[in-house]
Design a protein around this ligand. Structure first.
Ligand code: GLA
Length: 739
C-alpha cells in the first residue's frame, strides 16, 4: 500500500507518506515546524534537519523511536576556538567543500574561473512513495545536489545517492563526489569491521578501533577488487558479539574504483563517506550537465553483527537481486574447468555431462577454451566464435545433449578483455585502455577493453547477444581476470579522459541490463578470478557470484564465513573439487568437501570421470540431501555459531528457513584438539515452543540425544556432535514436528 497523506500529529503538520510492504511498515515525514525529516522503517529511525545556517544536518540513526517522539532542531557543534569556526564540524548529510569546513566533504569541485568554494544549503524537497528527494544548492555558484533517499520497509536499510548538476554558465570539474556520508553519534569507543583479501585468499574479516584520524577502505583498480570490499560494520564498544551490540553497517553499490573513508574528528564525531574513489578522479560538467552517483546503503541493528548480516542477506534477496523479491534457488552446477582446463573437446564435454546428470546435477557449464584460438591463456580472448576444431558442428550438439539429459546449459565468457594475440586486437589495437605512446601492461597476457567507448560497448553487447540468440544458453559465467593499468582514453579530450572511471562501469551495467531484458531466461554469475567483483551494484544485475578460486574446503570455511558478513548465501557459489586441492595440496575427504560446499550454492568442479563407484554414491547422497535443504541454506536466516576466522580449529553455522519449519546445522573440525570434545552447539532462531526432530546427513551426535525435542531444548541444552579427527564434518537437519 502506498499513499501520500497529510497528518496532524501532536499539533504539528507532518507532510509525507507512509507505506507498508511485506510485514513491516515504513514512513517518511517532514516536520515543517521543526524543519526535521524523519524516516521510520523496519526497526530503524533515521532523521536529519535543516539548521539555522540552512545546512542539512544528521540528527539520529538508530533503533526505531516512538512516532510521537520529538527530534531536536539541528544545532551545529559550537565553535571551540578560532581553529574550529562555526560550521566547520557540522555533521552534514552531504557537505560541499567550501566555507570553513574541516570534516571530510562529499563534494569537491572547481570552476573554470578558478572558484573552488561550494556551500550546499537546503533548497527544497519532495516525498513520494518510498523515496525522499532533498535538493541542496549553492545559489551563488549555481550548483545543485539532489539527494535521494530510498527506504526498505522490512530491513530499515536506507539507500542514499546524489545527483550533482551544473546550473552555471561555465564549465566545472568534480574532483571528488561521494554518494553519501553517514554520521554516527559522537563516541570514542567505536570499532570497525571490514573485509580484505587477495586472489585465492579473499574475505578475511578484520577488526580495528576507530581512532582519531581516518581509515580508508578502497579500490583504485578500476573495479571492485578484493583487497577491500565496499562494505563496513561499526559497533559501539570493543566486545563484538554475534547477537548483541549496536551495529551500523553499509555497502556501496558500485563496481568501479571506490572509497569508504571513516573519520573520527576532535569532537569524537564519526563520519563514514563513501562513493567514487577521489584518486585520479575528475569529471567535467558543462553547463546543464549532471553526474549521478552510485547508491550507498546503510543499516542499523541493536542485535549484533549476526543480525546485521541477516538484514543484509534479506535486503539483497528482497531488493537488490534481479529476481527480487523472489530469487530462484541456485541449481546444482557442474563446471568443467578443473577437469579439462583449456583442452575442451566435444566428446569429453559430452561424457562429463552424461556423468554429471547421473549424479543429480541440474546445470552443466563449459568453462574457458571453447572459442577462437583459445588453447591457453596466451591467445584468443576477444574472438567469441566457436572453435571449430573443438566443436566441428558448433555448440548445438553439446547443448542438445545437455538439455536431453535434463540439465540447463551454461558457458564461460570474459567479454571485457582481449589477448594481444587475437583477431580483435589486431583489428582494433586502439580499443584498450591506454595512454598514447606508452606501454600497455599485461595481466594474464591480456589487456582491458575500454568499455567507456561506445563502439566497444556495442561490440561487447552484440557478441553476447549473438551468442545467446544463436544458442540455447541458460547461464553465463562472466569472468574478469585482471586490474586496470594505464587507464587512458586517448579518443576523448584530455579533460574528459578520467570520466572512464564512471562511464566504463555505467556501460558495463548497461550491457548487462540490455542482455537481461532481451534474454530474460539467462542467469549470470559475476566472477573476477574469484571474488574480486562482488558488490551491491553488480549484484543488481547478476544472479550469483563466485567468492574465490580457492576451492580448498578448509580455506573455504573462512572465505565463506567472511563473505557472509556482507553478502547472502543465496548468491554464494561453492564447488567440490579434487583432493589433493590444486591451491595448497591439502587432502580432504569427499564428505568434508561436499559439506563445506553445501553451505552455499552447490557446484561440482572435479574430475568426475575418474571417480570410483563409492565416490559416485557419496556424491549422489549429498546432492540429493542438498536439494532437501537448499531453500533453507540459500534463503534462510544464517547464524554463525563458531567462527573459523584466524585459522580457528572449529566452524559451525546454522540456517533457519524463513518460515521456521527447517533448520540445518553444519559443524567442521579442521584440527583435532588432543582428546577435547567438540564445543556444544546451541541452536538459534527456532520457535522455543515448537518441537523439532533431527536427522543426520553426515556425522554422529552424542549418545542419549533425543530424536525429538523442543526448540527451547535445542537452543538451551544444545547438541553435541562427535567430531575428533582432523578435517571432520557433520551436518544435521531439524524439521518441525506438526505445526
Ligand atoms: C578464472 C576463473 C576460473 C576459470 C578461469 C578460466 O581464473 O576464476 O574459475 O574460469 O578463469 O580461464
Amino acid at each position: 500500500m502506498k499513499r501520500i497523506r497529510a497528518l496532524m500529529v501532536a499539533g504539528l503538520l507532518l507532510v509525507g507518506s507512509s507505506f507498508t510492504e511485506g510485514h513491516a511498515a515504513a514512513s517518511i515525514r517532514y516536520d515543517a515546524a521543526q524543519r526535521v525529516f524523519r524516516i521510520d522503517a523496519g526497526q530503524v529511525t533515521y532523521a536529519f534537519g535543516i539548521n539555522g545556517d540552512g545546512a542539512v544536518q544528521t540528527l539520529y540513526w538508530g533503533s526505531r523511536l516512538a512516532a510521537e517522539d520529538a527530534l531536536a532542531v539541528a544545532v551545529p557543534p559550537k565553535s571551540r576556538s578560532s581553529f574550529d569556526p562555526p560550521g566547520a564540524n557540522t555533521p552534514q548529510e552531504y557537505a560541499g567543500w567550501g566555507g570553513p569546513i574541516t570534516v571530510t566533504p562529499d563534494l569537491k569541485l572547481h570552476f573554470a574561473d578558478g572558484n573552488r568554494d561550494v556551500i550546499l544549503r537546503y533548497d527544497s524537497h519532495r516525498i513520494a512513495g518510498d523515496g525522499l528527494d532533498v535538493r541542496l544548492r549553492d545559489a551563488a555558484a549555481k550548483v545543485s545536489v539532489d539527494l535521494h533517499y530510498s527506504v526498505d520497509p522490512d530491513t530499515g536499510i536506507v539507500g542514499r545517492s546524489a545527483r550533482i548538476e551544473n546550473q552555471s554558465t561555465q564549465v566545472l570539474t568534480i574532483d571528488s563526489a561521494a554518494a553519501a556520508s553517514w554520521n554516527l553519534p559522537p563516541a570514542a569507543d567505536y570499532s570497525l569491521r571490514y573485509l580484505t583479501g587477495t586472489w585465492a585468499s579473499e574475505w578475511h574479516l578484520r577488526t580495528r578501533a576507530v581512532t582519531p584520524g581516518a581509515t580508508v577502505l578502497e579500490s583504485r583498480r578500476g573495479s571492485t577488487g578484493d583487497e577491500n570490499n565496499p562494505w563496513f560494520a561499526i559497533e559501539r564498544g570493543g566486545e563484538w558479539n554475534e547477537s548483541h551490540g549496536r551495529v551500523w553497517f553499509g555497502a556501496l553499490a558500485w563496481s568501479g574504483s571506490w572509497s569508504i573513508r571513516i573519520d573520527q574528528d576532535i569532537l569524537n564525531q564519526v563520519r563514514i563517506t563513501g562513493g567514487y574513489n577521489p584518486f585520479d578522479f575528475a569529471y567535467r560538467l558543462k553547463p546543464g550537465e549532471s553526474l549521478q552517483t552510485p547508491v550507498f546503503y546503510g543499516g542499523y541493528t541493536s542485535n549484533g553483527i549476526g543480525e546485521a548480516s541477516r538484514l543484509m542477506h534479506a535486503f539483497q534477496r528482497q531488493r537488490i537481486l534481479p529476481q527480487a523479491p523472489k530469487p530462484k534457488l541456485r541449481p546444482v552446477l557442474y563446471n568443467s574447468w578443473e577437469a579439462t582446463e583449456f583442452k575442451v573437446t566435444e566428446p569429453e564435454q559430452e561424457r562429463l555431462a552424461e556423468k554429471a546428470a547421473t549424479l543429480g546435477v541440474e546445470r552443466f557449464v563449459i568453462d574457458d577454451g571453447w572459442f577462437g584460438a583459445r588453447n591457453s591463456d596466451h591467445a584468443g580472448l576477444g574472438d567469441w566464435t566457436v572453435n571449430r576444431e573443438k566443436f566441428p558442428n558448433g555448440l548445438k550438439p553439446l547443448i542438445d545433449k545437455v538439455h536431453g539429459l535434463g540439465m540447463s546449459f551454461g558457458i564461460w565468457v570474459e567479454p571485457e578483455m582481449v589477448n594481444p594475440d587475437s583477431d580483435l586486437y589486431r583489428k582494433h589495437p586502439d580499443w584498450v585502455l591506454n595512454f598514447d605512446g606508452r606501454q600497455r601492461s599485461e595481466g594474464r597476457n591480456q589487456l582491458v577493453l575500454n568499455l567507456a567507448r561506445e563502439d566497444v560497448r556495442e561490440y561487447v553487447f552484440d557478441v553476447l547477444d549473438r551468442l545467446l540468440s544463436q544458442n540455447d544458453i541458460q547461464f553465463l559465467k562472466w569472468d574478469y581476470n585482471r586490474n586496470w593499468s594505464e587507464p587512458g582514453w586517448p579518443q576523448v579530450a584530455p579533460e574528459d579522459q578520467q570520466k572512464v572511471y564512471v562511464v566504463y562501469v555505467q556501460h558495463l551495467y548497461d550491457i548487462l541490463r540490455r542482455l537481461r531484458a532481451k534474454h530474460p531466461g539467462v542467469e549470470i554469475e559475476s566472477c573476477s578470478g574469484g571474488g574480486a567483483r562482488v558488490d551491491l551494484g553488480i549484484m543488481g544485475l547478476t544472479d550469483e557470484v563466485w567468492p574465490s578460486d580457492n576451492t580448498d574446503p578448509s580455506d573455504r570455511l573462512s572465505i565463506q564465513d567472511g563473505f557472509s558478513y556482507a553478502y547472502a548465501p543465496a548468491v554464494m557459489m561453492s564447488w567440490v573439487t579434487g583432493s589433493p586441492n590444486w591451491v595448497n595440496g591439502r587432502q580432504t575427504s569427499l564428505d568434508f568437501r561436499f559439506l563445506s560446499s553445501m553451505q552455499g550454492g552447490l557446484g561440482i568442479g572435479a574430475k568426475i570421470l575418474e571417480w570410483t563407484p563409492e565416490e559416485d554414491a557419496t556424491a549422489k547422497h549429498y546432492i540429493a540431501a542438498y536439494k532437501d535443504i537448499r531453500a533453507t541454506v540459500q534463503q534462510g536466516r544464517l547464524y554463525r555459531l563458531l567462527s573459523p576466522q584466524e585459522r580457528a580449529p572449529y566452524s559451525a553455522t546454522e540456517s533457519v528457513a524463513t518460515e521456521g519449519g527447517q533448520a540445518v546445522l553444519f559443524a567442521f573440525l579442521r584440527q583435532g584438539q588432543e582428546a577435547q570434545a567438540y564445543p556444544t552447539l546451541f541452536l538459534q532462531g527456532l520457535d522455543a515452543k515448537a518441537r523439532y526432530r533431527y536427522r543426520t546427513i553426515h556425522g554422529q551426535v552424542a549418545a542419549g540425544t533425543p530424536e525429538v525435542a523442543s526448540g527451547a531444548y535445542w537452543m538451551n541444552h544444545g547438541i553435541d556432535v562427535l567430531l575428533r579427527t582432523d578435517m571432520d564434518a557433520a551436518a544435521l537437519v531439524f524439521e518441525r514436528v506438526g505445526n
